[in-house]
Design a protein around this ligand. Structure first.
Ligand code: CA
Length: 226
Protein backbone atom coordinates (compact mmCIF):
# COMPACT_ATOMS: atom_id res chain seq x y z
CA UNK A 1 0.00 0.00 0.00
CA UNK A 2 1.33 3.41 -0.85
CA UNK A 3 2.21 5.96 1.78
CA UNK A 4 -0.40 8.64 2.33
CA UNK A 5 0.78 12.23 2.44
CA UNK A 6 -1.36 15.08 3.70
CA UNK A 7 -0.53 18.50 2.22
CA UNK A 8 -1.89 21.49 4.16
CA UNK A 9 -1.25 24.53 2.00
CA UNK A 10 -3.51 27.38 0.90
CA UNK A 11 -1.47 28.50 -2.11
CA UNK A 12 -2.99 26.59 -5.06
CA UNK A 13 0.20 26.75 -7.14
CA UNK A 14 2.29 25.03 -4.48
CA UNK A 15 -0.48 22.64 -3.41
CA UNK A 16 -0.91 21.53 -7.04
CA UNK A 17 2.81 21.13 -7.63
CA UNK A 18 3.02 18.88 -4.58
CA UNK A 19 -0.14 16.94 -5.38
CA UNK A 20 0.84 16.23 -8.99
CA UNK A 21 4.44 15.39 -8.16
CA UNK A 22 3.61 13.13 -5.22
CA UNK A 23 0.91 11.26 -7.13
CA UNK A 24 3.41 10.75 -9.94
CA UNK A 25 5.80 9.23 -7.40
CA UNK A 26 3.13 6.79 -6.32
CA UNK A 27 2.04 8.36 -3.03
CA UNK A 28 -1.59 8.74 -2.02
CA UNK A 29 -2.20 12.47 -1.51
CA UNK A 30 -4.78 14.51 0.39
CA UNK A 31 -4.77 18.29 0.12
CA UNK A 32 -6.32 20.70 2.62
CA UNK A 33 -6.40 24.47 2.04
CA UNK A 34 -6.67 25.42 5.71
CA UNK A 35 -5.72 24.13 9.13
CA UNK A 36 -9.22 23.15 10.22
CA UNK A 37 -9.82 20.83 7.27
CA UNK A 38 -6.24 19.57 7.51
CA UNK A 39 -6.84 18.40 11.07
CA UNK A 40 -10.16 16.86 10.05
CA UNK A 41 -8.50 14.95 7.18
CA UNK A 42 -5.72 13.75 9.47
CA UNK A 43 -8.39 12.34 11.82
CA UNK A 44 -10.48 10.73 9.08
CA UNK A 45 -7.62 9.26 7.09
CA UNK A 46 -4.39 9.14 9.13
CA UNK A 47 -1.45 10.16 6.93
CA UNK A 48 2.07 8.67 6.97
CA UNK A 49 3.55 12.15 6.61
CA UNK A 50 2.29 15.74 6.68
CA UNK A 51 3.57 18.72 4.69
CA UNK A 52 2.35 21.78 6.53
CA UNK A 53 2.53 25.44 5.54
CA UNK A 54 3.17 27.86 8.42
CA UNK A 55 1.03 30.68 7.02
CA UNK A 56 -2.52 29.40 6.76
CA UNK A 57 -5.92 31.09 6.98
CA UNK A 58 -7.67 30.41 10.29
CA UNK A 59 -5.63 28.20 12.60
CA UNK A 60 -2.00 28.75 11.64
CA UNK A 61 0.47 25.98 10.76
CA UNK A 62 2.21 26.06 14.12
CA UNK A 63 -1.01 25.41 15.99
CA UNK A 64 -1.96 22.69 13.50
CA UNK A 65 1.46 21.16 14.10
CA UNK A 66 0.99 21.16 17.89
CA UNK A 67 -2.43 19.54 17.59
CA UNK A 68 -1.20 16.89 15.15
CA UNK A 69 1.75 16.16 17.39
CA UNK A 70 -0.49 15.82 20.43
CA UNK A 71 -2.42 13.11 18.61
CA UNK A 72 0.35 11.15 16.82
CA UNK A 73 4.03 10.74 15.90
CA UNK A 74 3.40 11.35 12.21
CA UNK A 75 6.43 13.01 10.55
CA UNK A 76 5.74 16.69 9.81
CA UNK A 77 7.62 18.91 7.35
CA UNK A 78 6.89 22.62 7.76
CA UNK A 79 6.94 24.99 4.82
CA UNK A 80 8.36 28.33 5.88
CA UNK A 81 8.78 31.67 4.19
CA UNK A 82 12.19 32.28 2.69
CA UNK A 83 14.87 32.83 5.33
CA UNK A 84 12.38 33.14 8.18
CA UNK A 85 14.49 31.92 11.09
CA UNK A 86 11.73 32.63 13.69
CA UNK A 87 9.31 30.43 11.69
CA UNK A 88 11.81 27.61 11.60
CA UNK A 89 12.54 27.75 15.30
CA UNK A 90 8.84 27.98 16.16
CA UNK A 91 8.12 25.09 13.79
CA UNK A 92 10.65 22.81 15.41
CA UNK A 93 9.43 23.93 18.85
CA UNK A 94 5.90 22.97 17.95
CA UNK A 95 7.02 19.45 17.08
CA UNK A 96 7.86 19.50 13.36
CA UNK A 97 10.55 17.06 12.16
CA UNK A 98 12.00 19.53 9.71
CA UNK A 99 11.27 22.50 7.52
CA UNK A 100 11.75 23.50 3.92
CA UNK A 101 11.78 27.15 3.00
CA UNK A 102 10.01 28.53 -0.03
CA UNK A 103 10.77 28.51 -2.87
CA UNK A 104 11.84 24.87 -2.88
CA UNK A 105 12.38 22.39 -5.68
CA UNK A 106 10.25 19.29 -5.80
CA UNK A 107 13.33 17.05 -5.67
CA UNK A 108 14.42 18.73 -2.45
CA UNK A 109 11.00 18.04 -0.95
CA UNK A 110 11.03 14.46 -2.23
CA UNK A 111 14.43 13.80 -0.70
CA UNK A 112 13.16 15.10 2.64
CA UNK A 113 10.01 12.98 2.47
CA UNK A 114 11.97 9.84 1.63
CA UNK A 115 14.41 10.44 4.46
CA UNK A 116 11.61 10.94 7.00
CA UNK A 117 9.60 7.95 5.84
CA UNK A 118 12.76 5.84 5.88
CA UNK A 119 13.52 6.91 9.42
CA UNK A 120 10.04 5.93 10.52
CA UNK A 121 10.19 2.58 8.79
CA UNK A 122 13.49 1.11 9.96
CA UNK A 123 12.15 -2.44 9.92
CA UNK A 124 11.18 -2.63 6.26
CA UNK A 125 13.80 -3.08 3.57
CA UNK A 126 14.86 0.44 2.75
CA UNK A 127 16.21 0.66 -0.74
CA UNK A 128 19.23 2.88 -0.56
CA UNK A 129 20.40 2.15 -4.09
CA UNK A 130 18.86 2.29 -7.51
CA UNK A 131 20.38 0.71 -10.59
CA UNK A 132 20.00 1.09 -14.29
CA UNK A 133 22.21 -0.94 -16.62
CA UNK A 134 25.74 -0.53 -15.26
CA UNK A 135 24.78 2.60 -13.32
CA UNK A 136 24.35 2.51 -9.54
CA UNK A 137 23.13 5.49 -7.53
CA UNK A 138 23.16 5.50 -3.74
CA UNK A 139 20.71 7.94 -2.08
CA UNK A 140 22.38 7.78 1.28
CA UNK A 141 26.00 8.38 0.27
CA UNK A 142 25.11 10.29 -2.93
CA UNK A 143 27.65 8.13 -4.73
CA UNK A 144 27.24 7.19 -8.38
CA UNK A 145 29.09 4.37 -10.12
CA UNK A 146 29.25 3.47 -13.76
CA UNK A 147 30.47 -0.11 -13.59
CA UNK A 148 33.29 0.23 -11.07
CA UNK A 149 34.10 3.78 -12.01
CA UNK A 150 33.05 6.41 -9.50
CA UNK A 151 31.55 9.58 -11.01
CA UNK A 152 32.33 12.93 -9.52
CA UNK A 153 28.99 14.78 -9.78
CA UNK A 154 27.89 18.16 -8.51
CA UNK A 155 24.74 18.30 -6.34
CA UNK A 156 22.56 19.41 -9.26
CA UNK A 157 24.01 16.82 -11.62
CA UNK A 158 23.24 14.17 -9.01
CA UNK A 159 19.64 15.42 -8.72
CA UNK A 160 19.14 15.36 -12.47
CA UNK A 161 20.57 11.86 -12.82
CA UNK A 162 18.53 10.63 -9.86
CA UNK A 163 15.36 11.92 -11.50
CA UNK A 164 16.13 9.93 -14.65
CA UNK A 165 17.06 6.81 -12.71
CA UNK A 166 13.78 6.94 -10.81
CA UNK A 167 11.94 7.00 -14.13
CA UNK A 168 13.91 4.69 -16.41
CA UNK A 169 12.80 4.37 -20.05
CA UNK A 170 10.25 7.11 -19.45
CA UNK A 171 10.52 10.27 -21.52
CA UNK A 172 10.85 13.28 -19.22
CA UNK A 173 9.70 16.52 -20.76
CA UNK A 174 11.61 19.72 -20.28
CA UNK A 175 8.74 21.07 -18.13
CA UNK A 176 8.85 18.09 -15.78
CA UNK A 177 12.62 18.39 -15.41
CA UNK A 178 12.43 22.14 -14.69
CA UNK A 179 9.67 21.63 -12.18
CA UNK A 180 11.47 18.82 -10.37
CA UNK A 181 15.02 20.09 -10.26
CA UNK A 182 14.68 23.82 -10.26
CA UNK A 183 12.03 25.58 -8.24
CA UNK A 184 8.59 26.44 -9.56
CA UNK A 185 9.54 30.07 -10.04
CA UNK A 186 12.35 29.17 -12.40
CA UNK A 187 11.94 30.84 -15.79
CA UNK A 188 12.25 27.75 -17.92
CA UNK A 189 13.42 29.62 -21.00
CA UNK A 190 17.12 29.02 -20.67
CA UNK A 191 19.14 26.11 -21.99
CA UNK A 192 20.06 24.92 -18.51
CA UNK A 193 18.70 21.40 -19.03
CA UNK A 194 20.77 20.97 -22.19
CA UNK A 195 23.83 22.15 -20.30
CA UNK A 196 23.30 19.67 -17.45
CA UNK A 197 22.60 16.79 -19.81
CA UNK A 198 25.83 17.62 -21.62
CA UNK A 199 27.81 17.65 -18.35
CA UNK A 200 26.27 14.35 -17.33
CA UNK A 201 26.97 12.70 -20.66
CA UNK A 202 30.59 13.80 -20.52
CA UNK A 203 30.97 12.21 -17.09
CA UNK A 204 28.92 9.11 -17.87
CA UNK A 205 30.78 8.40 -21.09
CA UNK A 206 34.32 9.43 -20.21
CA UNK A 207 35.63 5.89 -20.71
CA UNK A 208 33.83 5.51 -24.04
CA UNK A 209 30.81 3.80 -22.48
CA UNK A 210 27.59 3.71 -24.52
CA UNK A 211 25.16 6.62 -24.18
CA UNK A 212 22.36 6.22 -21.63
CA UNK A 213 20.82 9.70 -21.64
CA UNK A 214 19.06 9.99 -24.99
CA UNK A 215 17.54 13.07 -26.58
CA UNK A 216 13.93 12.85 -27.69
CA UNK A 217 13.82 15.67 -30.18
CA UNK A 218 11.34 18.41 -29.39
CA UNK A 219 10.19 16.70 -26.18
CA UNK A 220 12.92 16.05 -23.67
CA UNK A 221 15.19 13.22 -22.59
CA UNK A 222 15.01 9.58 -21.61
CA UNK A 223 17.31 7.19 -19.78
CA UNK A 224 17.62 4.06 -21.89
CA UNK A 225 20.13 1.97 -23.79
CA UNK A 226 20.30 2.94 -27.45
CA1 CA B 1 0.30 29.88 2.93
Amino acid sequence: MSDRILVVEDEPKIANLLRRGLLYEGYAVDVAADGESGLQMARDNPPDLVILDVMLPGIDGLEVCRRLRAASDVPIVMLTAKDSIPDRVAGLDSGADGYISKPFSFEEMLARIRALLRRVRVTTTSREEIRFGDLTLNYATREVLRGNRRLDLTAKEFDVLQLFMQHPRQVLTRDIIYERIWDYDFGGESNIIEVYVRYLRTKLESNGEPRLLQTVRGVGYVLREE
